[in-house]
Design a protein around this ligand. Structure first.
Ligand code: ZN
Length: 719
């Protein structure tokens, strides 16, 4: 396996230095314009005044620094970094070559000894891993891994790597590298710090074969001061002369301003930051080793620093910071690159990439951003190249963009205007049809209907992938098309849709607003406005709801709902359902189906669940906030419906009365008629979970819900 933890001791004296210094003993060496470049692969690497460990340590350099390789003597390279030069052992340098790199694009991929799946599996690589392409053989690639292993990988498991080549080490690893056990997700590793076992509020864990450990607890135990900045979502740890900055979700934390490359970003678990072991163990100069047999992480803090005999060198010249961020507004998705002073920028544009080079700037904060839009992801990669900051933005195929300068030249902005990313027609229920329109940003729209013609006007969205003409051979929708309407400086996208016969439509957006469902049902199938109940058995299909002991909530809900329907039908009350079998409806669709029926009331049927087996009993929810007038005017009816249901269930089932509750649940918010949602009992409770499996309990629950509905309807007719 290739997922590794490296154990390497670090000369602690050197950790006192800032990024790099050189003594004056060393003469400056002439640079060569076409020298090869190399990337420092060790965490903190000594630069020596001659080619061997017997020579003085002239300075240190941090991981991922790019150096010029001037000459070679034995195992030592003479290198130049900025204005300084010296010797570095070859095992700590990677050559930057013109080799082609691939990036693994699947979570876990097998590497094989030959080009075909019948060949022996020799290793596994993980999403984001870099590989050197050696040869293409049909559908297989011969590749070299970061640890130098040569093997084969299927070509559809990798994409082309656009990052600089620094990530791949050409030399053999400096020390034997223990590998991790296969991730079971069940084991929490033990952490030993300087021989003592640590206790944590949030346990270390193995995820995707990486050991993730609590950052603050370990850093503090190593003697660092740790601060968390909520606004920037960044952890900063300071110990002696070492400053570690770790933005959440970034794979490039910095140690004294120099970036480390992580395989996986830090994450928050129960309000604690978990970060990859090797980084946490080594960033402050300690060592981290993995004891596989005992599932134990062994951490060692560095010994106290030795006295410094010579004065620290003058600091490296400081550059202005360049910050990158993404934001969304009415104009679209914006990638903003800003600085506190006017930028001097060179922009290279192609249809697939925009490259910004900012003179005399260094990236400050996050250097990599991924922004999802529609079904795509926009990737923004920043890097520091000598004195300049470079930002590269990959533009997905077919996506338009524009660039602009803002704030008196202090900001460069790349904007991807909002556009329609997909249009789809589907059927739903027994005879309904729906059009789903997706966009990269929230859609704003108005709609109007004249006869069989529906018009939806979208503001601030370009047609994008939407076509001017769709023809359908379906029962309801006959044709549809999008066009752009420009009035003055305002452009709108207009959808015109024609149905074959009179249809009732209803619009509903997803919670993030990027998807609009337009749903149609045949007007002739709509029930006349008579008392009718829509029963909504919660969940269904891929959504199992809560899980009990050998029973899924979705099945209990459906069974009870059908029983309620039967009882109500016998009482002469009309009934409709959001589902009558094991199918999946989104929350918007459940409410929309209810609305389309024109029903008098809507009742959601659910089972409760909780993280622990303690809680038990019955509760009923309604929603009628004063902030939503159309719901608030139904306040009394909604509360009354919930109360009738709750009372009837308590009387019949005799479980703990948890009461009537007010809450913003999607189906209650989106239903136009009075609605309530019952939680019959706790499916994860040992006793109530057992009850919910029994037919006679379900029958009693159904009877109670039917009684509550009948009582409410009788009462509401009186009004
Ligand atoms: Zn539920």
């Amino acid at each position: 396996m290739l997922r590794e933890i490296r154990s390497k001791s670090i000369n602690t004296l050197l950790l006192l230095t800032v990024a790099i210094y050189l003594t004056l003993l060393l003469g400056s060496l002439p640079g060569s314009a076409n020298a090869e470049t190399g990337i420092v692969s060790g965490s903190v690497v000594n630069i020596r005044s001659g080619p061997g460990t017997q020579y003085n340590i002239a300075g240190t350099i941090y991981k991922n620094a790019s150096v010029e390789m001037l000459s070679k003597t034995g195992e030592w390279y003479k290198v130049k970094y900025g204005t300084v030069s010296g010797w570095i052992n070859q095992s700590l340098l990677s050559k930057n070559t013109s080799e082609k790199y691939l990036k693994v694009n699947q979570d876990v991929v097998n590497l094989r000894s030959g080009p075909g799946i019948t060949n022996k599996m020799v290793a596994q690589v993980y999403k984001g891993d870099s590989l050197v392409l050696l040869e293409v053989q049909g559908e297989w690639n011969k590749v070299k891994t970061a640890s130098g292993q040569v093997a084969y990988i299927r070509s559809d498991m990798v994409g082309e790597e656009n990052m600089p080549a620094a990530a791949v080490s050409v030399s053999a690893p400096a020390s034997p590298i223990p590998s991790l056990p296969p991730a079971t997700g069940l084991t929490n590793p033990i952490v030993m710090l300087d021989g003592k076992q640590m206790a944590f509020e949030v346990l270390p864990r193995i995820e995707n074969n990486r050991v993730m450990v609590p950052l603050r607890a370990i850093f503090e135990a190593m003697g660092a001061q740790v601060e968390w900045n909520q606004a920037t979502q960044t952890a900063t740890a300071v110990k002696d002369n070492i400053t570690v900055v770790l933005p959440l979700n970034s794979t490039q934390p910095t140690v004294n301003g120099v970036a480390w490359q992580l395989d996986v970003p830090a994450k928050i678990v129960q309000q604690r930051t978990l970060a990859p072991l090797r980084f946490v163990g080594e960033a402050l100069g300690g060592t981290a080793t993995w004891d596989q047999a005992n599932c134990t992480v062994v951490l060692q803090t560095p010994p106290p620093p030795e006295p410094v005999l010579q004065p620290l060198p003058p600091p490296v010249p400081q550059f202005e910071g360049l910050r990158m961020l993404s934001e969304r507004d009415d104009s679209g998705l914006r990638i903003v690159m800003g600085s506190s002073a006017k930028l001097e920028t060179k922009i290279d544009k192609t249809s697939s990439k925009v490259r910004y080079e900012f003179s005399n700037r260094q990236i400050d904060g996050t250097s990599y951003i991924e922004v999802p839009f529609g079904t795509q992801i926009l990737k923004v990669q920043g890097s520091n190249q000598v004195n300049n900051a470079v930002v590269e933005i990959q533009i997905p195929a077919g996506v338009e963009y524009r660039t602009a300068t803002e704030l008196e030249g202090k900001k460069e902005v790349l904007t991807i205007p909002n556009f329609i990313t997909g249009v789809e027609r589907k059927t739903f229920g027994s005879s309904g049809e729906k059009i789903t329109i997706s966009s990269n940003l929230p859609l704003t729209y108005t709609s109007s209907q004249t006869g069989t013609r529906l018009e939806v006007v979208f503001s601030n969205v370009l047609p994008g992938k939407a076509l001017s003409d769709y023809k359908y051979d379906s029962r309801l929708i006959s044709s549809m098309g999008f066009k752009t309407k420009t009035t003055g400086s305002v452009s709108q996208t207009v959808l015109t849709l024609v149905t074959n016969k009179a249809a009732k439509f209803s619009l509903g957006s997803s919670s993030d607003g990027t998807t609009l469902n337009i749903m149609f049902i045949d007007q002739s199938e709509i029930q006349p406005r008579v008392p009718m109940v829509v029963l909504d058995p919660g969940h269904g299909g891929k959504d199992t709801g809560a899980r009990g002991y050998n029973v899924n909530e979705k099945d209990v809900n459906l069974d009870v709902a059908l029983k309620v329907g039967q009882i109500l039908t016998q009482k002469g009350i009309k009934v409709g359902y959001t589902r009558t079998d094991d199918t999946y409806l989104s929350l918007i669709e459940e409410a929309t189906v209810g609305n389309l029926y024109n029903a008098a009331i809507f009742v959601g049927i659910h089972c409760n669940s909780c993280d622990n087996p303690g809680p038990s009993g019955t509760e009923t929810w309604y929603y009628a906030p004063s902030t939503i007038p159309e719901l608030y005017i139904q306040k009394d009816e909604r509360y009354s419906l919930a109360t009738y249901l709750q009372k009837a269930m308590i009387a019949k089932l005799g479980l703990n009365d948890r009461g009537v509750k007010h809450g913003n649940l999607a189906v209650l918010r989106n239903t136009q008629m009075p609605s309530a949602l019952v939680e019959m009992a706790f499916i994860n409770s040992p006793t109530e979970g057992e009850l919910l499996k029994q037919q006679n309990f379900r029958q009693m629950a159904a009877q109670a819900i039917a009684d509550g509905i009948a009582a409410y309807m009788k009462e509401s007719i009186k009004r």
